[in-house]
Design a binder for this molecule. Structure first.
Ligand SMILES: Cc1cc2nc3c(=O)[nH]c(=O)nc-3n(C[C@H](O)[C@H](O)[C@H](O)COP(=O)(O)OP(=O)(O)OC[C@H]3O[C@@H](n4cnc5c(N)ncnc54)[C@H](O)[C@@H]3O)c2cc1C
Length: 356
């Protein structure tokens, strides 16, 4: 089958690129490896009837990021402020936790019903046949007319040809899955390999509760710990006060946390919450954990073993090669500004599409 433009990856960058092409009446096909769209935007549990839940990937939109805010607005999505009223808790090694008055007033925004609502809305605006789930690209080769793709669809290999390819995935996922040794220079491959995927080595924990008991003690839910297992904890409740929740980033490196079971990790997180917030934290209604380092479509071995770093990928000296190949790299890590963030995914797409 031949398509003029093939988008690989159905995270925010891929769906935003698809939306932009659709608005310009340009035909495309988007292929996504997983059974669901969103990539690093991922949630579990249930916040509404529309398949949204508690964020295990990104949570925050920052005030200085205009594009993601206006995209949310254009899709009629509601932003609300991260709950940060009350005191913050801090625990240093070998010390008891300290309560620090009102220290957490940084302004951050969240999306009502969670981040997946953004993905659902973008998807709904696209022609259904132009998005294929469970289609994992396993080989990309250059032909005299453009590109040839081998795609694994539930164990069957399907073949596509495309004039132009838009890769909407992190640099290291290109080297992991898209066989750049068949089409890229060694210089490009090295640059792809050395650009870390933002947050790929992280694991995130969410616990939901009947009510936000920490707020009754004038605690914001924000907590910083140098003891762990979570290094940072925040209020993750929905904006309507009906769904109380806390989330935390697990600070134990993947090499260590992979040696314990998920149940042990969840137990350790609950006992840490109990230490900070008292007996009420002992009985969450639900717990969710997502270890991004284990996700074969997000992290490679380097992301598992290296510390999390902000990506920096300056395309300028590679532009002649990329133009010659007729390939556009639009994952968030390729952005000139806000690389690694949601805003970066939109920036990377806008930069690339101006050239199509
Ligand atoms: C725990 C965590 C917390 C975060 N917090 C924030 C935050 O608060 N604010 C913020 O702005 N950003 C945050 N981020 C970063 C944010 O999630 C990313 O910037 C953004 O989601 C990247 O979108 P993307 O489309 O570029 O890439 P991705 O979301 O990684 O999408 C890539 C897509 O490509 C697919 N894919 C991969 N390989 C193939 C293949 N071979 N064939 C087909 N498809 C393939 C993947 O399955 C995926 O769907 C966080 C990330 C994580 C993990």
């Amino acid at each position: 089958m031949t398509k003029p433009i093939l988008i690989i990856g159905g995270g925010l960058a891929g769906l935003y690129a698809a939306t932009k092409l659709h608005q310009r009446n340009i035909a495309f096909l988007l292929v996504e490896a997983k059974a669901q769209l969103g990539g690093r935007i991922y949630s579990e549990g249930s916040l509404s009837a529309s398949n949204t839940g508690f964020d295990l990937g990104p949570t925050w939109i920052f005030p200085h990021q205009p594009k993601i805010q206006s995209l949310a607005k254009s899709l009629n999505l509601t932003l609300y402020e991260q709950y940060n009223q009350g005191d913050v808790l801090y625990q240093a090694p070998n010390q008891t936790a300290q309560q620090i008055p009102g220290a957490g007033d940084m302004q951050l925004f969240r999306l009502k019903h969670g981040m997946t609502t953004l993905i659902n809305k973008l998807y709904k605006q696209l022609p259904a046949k132009s998005v294929l789930l469970n289609h994992s690209v396993t080989e990309l080769t250059k032909t005299h007319k453009g590109w040839h793709l081998k795609i694994n669809n539930n164990g069957q290999t399907v073949h596509y040809n495309a004039k132009t390819v838009i890769t909407a995935l992190p640099p290291r996922m290109i080297t992991q899955h898209l066989t750049p040794e068949l089409w890229a220079s060694q210089r490009l491959i090295n640059r792809l390999n050395t650009t870390p995927t933002w947050m790929a080595g992280q694991a995130k924990f969410v616990a939901t509760f009947d009510h936000a008991f920490w707020r009754e003690r004038n605690l914001s839910g924000q907590c910083f710990s140098r003891v762990g297992p979570m290094v940072e904890i925040h209020d993750a409740s929905a904006d309507n006060n009906k769904h109380a929740a806390l989330f935390g980033f697990i600070g134990i490196p993947y090499s260590t946390r992979s040696k314990v079971t998920k149940t042990q990790l969840v137990e350790a997180c609950i006992s840490q919450l109990t230490y900070f917030y008292g007996e009420a934290a002992k009985s969450p209604t639900q717990c969710f954990i997502k270890d991004w380092a284990e996700d074969e479509f997000v992290a490679n071995n380097d992301d598992k073993t290296q510390p999390s770093q902000h990506p920096e990928f300056n395309c300028s000296e590679l532009t002649p090669e990329l133009n010659e190949l007729n390939i556009h790299l639009v994952g968030s890590e390729f952005a000139n500004k806000e690389a690694g963030y949601l805003e970066g995914a939109l920036n990377a797409v806008d930069d690339a599409l101006s050239a199509i």
